[in-house]
Design a protein around this ligand. Sequence first.
Ligand code: VGL
Ligand code: ZN
Length: 201
Amino acid sequence: MTNKRKSIDQIELGKGDALLISDIQNDFLPGGSLAVQEGERIIPVLNGYIDRFSNRQLPVFATRDWHPANHCSFIRQGGPWPEHCIAGSKGAEFAADLHLPVSVYIISKGTDVEREGYSSFSNRTFKAQLDNAGIRRLFIGGLATDYCVLNTVRDALNFHFKVFLLIDAIRAVNVQKQDGENAINEMIEKGAIPITLSMIG
Ligand code: VGL
Ligand code: ZN
């Protein structure tokens, strides 16, 4: 019985699978200008996912918020957020303890002054890269559950990718207390499958 249960809960990675890590950047981590609570806790878990994908020569994509200094999302410009992830700044760098492989595909977003750009797909080249690489299933984790992860998952499902949500490797900003939970519920309702690292052999 336990064996049977276990086999159902395991996921076999293979061709057409890609890992997508959202916005593990200094500004979204403790000490950063838009720190996500417990954001640092998911880094070791994401490193575990990176190992699983790298060991099988499967592609790893890492997105980064990459704003111009006068971006519309900043309070100073009438937006909702403190200044964060300004292109080229220390705060916009990937966390030093995230073990991105040398082969990582880096996707910048939020680069247009006048567009928010939460979704990874707001960078138009991203969809083309996925299609060129024959990607059908996306394994999505990172920051923040209620903004970039949510909007990326919505777009991925609309584009008919199969989406696995790395439930042990996401954290929410929670402007309102329930935002993270609501986002997770919406993603699962729309078809994302929640998984944990232990389900990948
Ligand atoms: C994000 C708020 C502002 C995110 C980006 O990565 O989820 N959140 N910019
Ligand atoms: Zn941003």
